[in-house]
Design a binder for this molecule. Structure first.
Ligand code: BES
Ligand code: ZN
Length: 457
């Protein structure tokens, strides 16, 4: 049976590629309300595709949020049920002038497909959508039961899906989840991710004088919000690059000895890594390697700063306000809510006389660790081995897929994070890409996974 399915995938490759291009052409930027219609079109695109493959599909909308696409095919009684998750929204495209081709006109170059949403996440998610299509088209059925839950608020911190997972536990009930929204370890080395970071994020806004002031007339007497902001940000790390928020490390689970050893055996080259992002080296928490810092240590990053005069030439002012968007990436077992409160308290304590502070756009997501020793995990390992021809390595990632924690908590299941991307796919950056081979191999691997899992019940 699986052989026929794989043959069908092989002969439909080009059609799948054209279809995913059509989906990618829809600029479903969830962070920007101007794209709301496109976001909805993107939801409908994948909903219609699953419907025409034979799935029962519904669009669920929560209080003005972006629709969630729920689809199910439940005609394999006694067999396991997979819940496949992905997101149909994408990141904004700026800075636009750094794109070498149009962000929403996918082009094929050097074996890759270039456009926003190719790797994160339409191209990756589509591998599962096409795998079930191939099964249904070839054999009239699926080897196991399959549900899809596909959201449109992942890239903008929306909470429709969290709320939904809490109330729809029965509907989403499953034996395991599958997500392809992460990366392989490197070219030719597929991976399964067993750890994701969480997040506590906030923007803090400092207000000083009631309007911009002449910096000669008032400087030195009136506190400058820009100076204050820089000092406060600098105080978030100590000289060993430890984060200074009181209590920050209390719940950090240190790396297990087996993990440190396994990481060190992966052949990660610090030099090549730094070169790949155009730098000669980097600083980070003392006592940890770059890979350990990336995957398993909590971090703090400024994502954006706004302050003062940004135009050409100079303008001698004390700006009236300054603000910074800051995110702390968290690891097990840090509690994002607790960290958020602690960091707000700490940042407030750093705020000098003459400045008012306000926090906006707070955001939390939990970190996740997944058991690598389960029968579904074994099936995923086998499927990748067969599909990609190479045994996957187990890795952790610095990125966050917030819903994984809700799947653990409310559905009581683990997620197989089978990412087909590469670290240099430029997700969230200009010139996002996804390997066309990985796209085809991902479809085949997903089809194999369904087959393998049918033998588990
Ligand atoms: N696909 C990424 C997450 C990811 C990136 C996993 C790299 C593994 C490796 C996802 O779409 C994403 O970007 N998530 C956001 C979540 C945030 C907005 C809560 C992230 O990590 O910044
Ligand atoms: Zn993503």
């Amino acid at each position: 049976m699986i052989q026929k399915v794989l043959e069908s995938i092989e002969s439909s490759k080009k059609i799948y590629l054209e279809q995913v291009k059509d989906w990618i052409r829809i600029p479903s930027i969830s962070a920007d309300p101007n794209y709301k219609e496109d976001v909805i079109r993107s939801a409908n695109y994948v909903a219609d595709d699953l419907r025409s493959s034979g799935f029962d599909v519904e669009l669920i909308t929560h209080e003005g949020g972006n629709p969630m696409v729920y689809a199910e095919w439940m005609k394999a009684p006694g067999k396991p049920t997979a819940l496949i998750y992905g997101h149909y929204d994408v990141q904004p495209v700026d800075p636009l002038n750094e794109w070498k081709s149009e962000p929403f006109e996918p082009i094929e170059k050097n074996g890759n497909l270039y456009a926003r949403g190719t790797a994160d996440d339409k191209g990756q998610l589509f591998t599962h959508v096409k795998a079930v299509e191939a099964w249904l088209k070839t054999t009239g059925s699926l080897p196991i039961n399959v549900k899809f839950i596909i959201e449109g608020e992942e890239e903008s911190g929306g909470d429709s899906l969290y709320k939904y997972v809490k109330v729809a536990q029965e509907k989403l009930k499953c034996d395991f989840c599958v997500i392809s929204d992460s990366s392989q370890f490197g070219p030719g080395q597929p991976a399964i991710t067993y750890g994701l970071k969480g997040m506590a994020g906030v923007e803090f806004v400092l207000t000083g004088p009631s309007q911009d002031l002449h910096s000669g007339t008032f400087g030195g007497a009136v506190t400058n919000p820009g100076n204050a902001l820089c000092k406060m940000i600098a105080a978030l790390h100590d000289e060993n690059r430890k984060i200074t928020v009181p209590g920050f490390y209390d719940d950090v689970k240190d790396l297990d000895a087996w993990e440190r050893e396994a990481f060190s055996k992966l052949g990660f080259s610090d030099k090549e890594f730094f070169e790949s992002v155009g730098v000669t080296g980097g600083i980070g928490e003392k006592g940890y390697t770059p890979l350990e810092r990336k995957w398993a240590r909590p971090t703090c990053d400024i994502n954006g700063i706004t302050c003062g005069y940004q135009g050409v030439g100079s303008k001698t002012i004390i700006p009236a306000r300054a603000s910074a968007k800051v995110t702390f990436r968290l690891v097990p077992s840090q509690d994002p809510q607790k960290i958020l409160e602690a960091l707000k308290k700490y940042i407030t304590s750093l705020c000098p006389e003459g400045i008012k502070i306000e926090f906006i756009d707070e955001f939390c997501a939990g970190p996740a660790l997944i058991n690598v020793d389960s029968e579904y995990m074994n099936a995923a390992v086998e499927a990748i081995k067969e599909g990609f021809g190479t045994k996957p390595v187990f890795i952790r990632e610095g990125g966050s897929i917030p819903i994984v924690v809700s799947f653990q908590k409310y559905l009581g299941v683990d997620t197989l994070l089978m990412g087909w991307g590469q670290n240099d796919d430029n997700i969230h950056s200009p010139n996002e890409k996804f390997s066309i081979d990985a796209f085809y191999t991902g479809i085949k691997t997903s089809a194999i996974l369904l087959d393998r899992c049918s033998k588990l019940k």
